[in-house]
Design a protein around this ligand. Structure first.
Ligand SMILES: NC(=O)c1ccc[n+]([C@@H]2O[C@H](COP(=O)([O-])OP(=O)(O)OC[C@H]3O[C@@H](n4cnc5c(N)ncnc54)[C@H](OP(=O)(O)O)[C@@H]3O)[C@@H](O)[C@H]2O)c1
Length: 390
């Protein structure tokens, strides 16, 4: 395991310009599971060698921190991080040390292409096709088959950086469980989450209406403005689920047509109450468990309303679908983004500057994670790691 002491001495020894140039790369990495605010470190490693056949050197532009990344570092997520064998030559990850670079998703630019690589050239924007590649880094060497090229124009960096997890999840959940027609209604909780914001926008583009449930807060007006601005038809708090007049209101909004799809990323009592709003033959799709409470569904909903309850995991979809299908999905989403139908979820960019020492970088990274744990950002955090020049 590398310790902060090791990193300190490493930083000091890399302080001459020659060494700094050789150690131009940085990554946010860990050697043991635990609280990210305690176990994450920042490491430097040498410039990448020219790519070997069938591989490309890529430089990351922006990489998000998703809830699943935190669970992966904690060691409680089913997907396990890849061992970073390509960093072994730098001294990190050698001698049996397991070093993992954080991050599953990200936007990168191709900087150099190895022999035999097809369909990619310098400066292409790419996203990851292999899970847990370790995207919180400046540059990595990867197999060309582990990345997918993004369409060239019309996307922002934030669109690209957040393409493969949340928009794909929202799109698939709206398409793969029940056939929805224009004018149909969907109900979802965690509606202000990044996935929720994508559900609202994709549903609107498809002509589908949404009822959006969120946690109550003192001033609801900004959240109403934000979600309605994205196309939300109705925004309610979980407390309002207890309002006895709600069913009548929903009947009015939907013209009596039963809601056929419910999307759940929260669990607990409010999800039980949400499921009761669903109509005949509806589908409840659970994709997250933010409240950490179990999901409990009344038996009567299954018997009398023929409710079907599913789980959805985008990683499994990615594993079980062909490259052509994945490219098609990303292409469809990119078109919607380019046409202005999908804005990237509300986000903030945190930059680890090239001049910052590793100590400063570690402090900044750990502070980001501890503020995230306290819910202080309220929006998606995207990391930008500049080349190390300190
Ligand atoms: N299954 C899949 O393939 C898949 C794909 C993508 C995401 N996900 C999951 O979907 C969920 C949302 O992901 P994201 O990236 O969209 O997250 P995000 O943008 O970070 O949003 C987190 C959401 O969770 C809510 N939340 C946090 N703590 C909560 C609690 N104790 N009780 C109720 N709500 C709580 C937040 O509401 P406040 O604003 O009120 O705090 C916010 O709406 C996560 O569980 C993630 O792992 C699953």
């Amino acid at each position: 395991m590398f310790s902060r002491t090791v990193i300190r001495s490493a930083t000091r020894s890399f302080s001459t310009s020659t060494v700094a140039l050789n150690h131009a790369n940085r990554a946010i990495a860990y050697t043991q599971n635990g609280d990210p605010a305690e176990v994450l470190n920042v490491i430097t490693y040498p410039k990448l060698s020219p790519p070997s056949p069938n591989t490309v050197n890529i430089k990351f532009i922006l990489s998000p921190i998703n809830p699943a990344d935190i669970n992966t570092i904690e060691g409680v997520y089913p997907a396990k991080p890849s061992w970073t064998s390509d960093l072994a030559s730098s001294g990190w990850g050698s001698k049996g040390k397991q070093v993992y670079v954080g991050g599953n998703e990200g936007l990168a630019k191709v900087v150099e292409v190895g022999e035999g690589v097809e369909g990619l050239k310098k400066d292409d924007w790419v996203v990851m096709d292999k899970p847990q590649l370790g995207t919180w880094a400046t540059s990595r060497n990867v197999s060309f088959e582990d990345v997918i090229r993004l369409p060239a124009t019309g996307l922002t960096e934030a669109h690209g950086a957040t393409m493969t997890v949340n928009p794909t999840t929202a799109y698939n959940m709206l398409h793969n469980f029940v056939k929805l027609n224009q004018g149909d209604w969907v109900v979802q909780n965690g509606a202000n989450s990044a996935v929720g914001q994508l559900v609202i926008q994709i549903a609107k583009a498809l002509g589908i209406n949404t009822i959006n449930l969120v946690r109550p807060r003192e001033d609801m007006a900004p959240l109403h403005r934000q979600l309605e601005g994205l196309g939300a038809n109705k925004v309610l708090t979980y407390d309002e689920l207890n309002d006895k007049s709600l069913r009548g209101k929903i009947k009015e909004w939907t013209n009596g047509k039963g809601i056929r799809l419910g999307l759940n990323c929260v669990g607990g009592d409010s999800t039980t109450a949400m499921a009761k709003l669903l109509g005949q033959d509806a589908h409840l799709v659970s994709y997250g468990a933010m409240s950490k409470q179990p999901l409990s569904l009344p038996t009567s909903l299954h018997i009398f309303k023929n409710l079907t309850s599913h789980g959805f995991w985008q990683s499994n979809w990615t594993k079980t679908h062909s490259r052509a299908e994945k490219e098609q999905l990303i292409g469809d989403l990119a078109t919607m983004m380019r046409d202005g139908k999908i804005k990237a979820a509300d986000h903030v960019v945190v930059t680890i500057g090239g001049q910052e020492t590793n100590e400063e970088a570690i402090e900044k990274v750990r502070d980001v994670f501890s503020r995230m744990a306290q819910g202080k950002f309220g929006k998606k955090v995207l990391l930008r790691l500049e080349d190390f020049s300190g």
